[in-house]
Design a protein around this ligand. Structure first.
Ligand code: UDP
Ligand code: MG
Length: 154
């Protein structure tokens, strides 16, 4: 099924000059960019986005680290995009993440781990609504579709 998912390029990615390189990986994979923008996050949106972590001892440093620079919010689109992008992301801790994944290739940290990616269809929908207004996500029509997929895959 054609799906949309949310990626955030975290401040560590902007600081390390890796934004283009990470975006390039999604483009090369064949995911389509249906929306993309820079945003300065604040405490309110981070408390919502990381609601499952607010009680954790590291929440304060996580929240502050996500405010160091703007983030880049990206809506990626493709068949099974949610699971494909999670697979490309790799496990949370960059030291354990498989080589070949973004976290496995670009970071050494359990927190400064390059990207956020939605982890389920439910999360993708909620998170895209959190970071994008409807008019900021574009209908790309059949752009590149005949080269990306067989006719019966879409
Ligand atoms: N995080 C952290 N310490 C931990 C677990 C998570 O700092 O022990 C941070 C890390 O940046 C991670 C984010 O909190 O990406 C969200 O955690 P989650 O468990 O949802 O991991 P993810 O879905 O990002 O792999
Ligand atoms: Mg998560």
């Amino acid at each position: 099924m054609l799906e949309r998912t949310l990626v955030l390029l975290k401040p560590c990615t902007m600081e390390r000059g890796l934004m283009g390189e990470i975006i390039n990986r999604y483009e090369k994979k064949g995911l389509r960019i249906a929306g993309m923008k820079m945003m300065q996050l604040d405490d309110a949106i981070l408390a919502e986005h990381y609601a499952h972590l607010v009680e954790k001892s590291f929440f304060g440093i996580l929240r502050d680290s996500m405010k160091r620079t703007p983030v880049v919010a990206i809506c990626l689109e493709g068949v099974d995009a949610i699971s494909v992008v999670r697979k490309m992301t790799g496990s949370t801790n960059g030291r354990n993440a498989d080589l070949g994944t973004i976290r496995g290739d670009y970071c050494m940290s359990n927190q400064q781990n390059i990207v956020h990616a939605s982890d389920s269809p439910e999360a993708a929908q909620v998170e895209l609504n959190r970071f994008f207004r409807p008019e900021e996500i574009f209908d790309l029509g059949d752009l590149n579709m005949p080269r990306l997929y067989a006719l019966d895959e879409v």
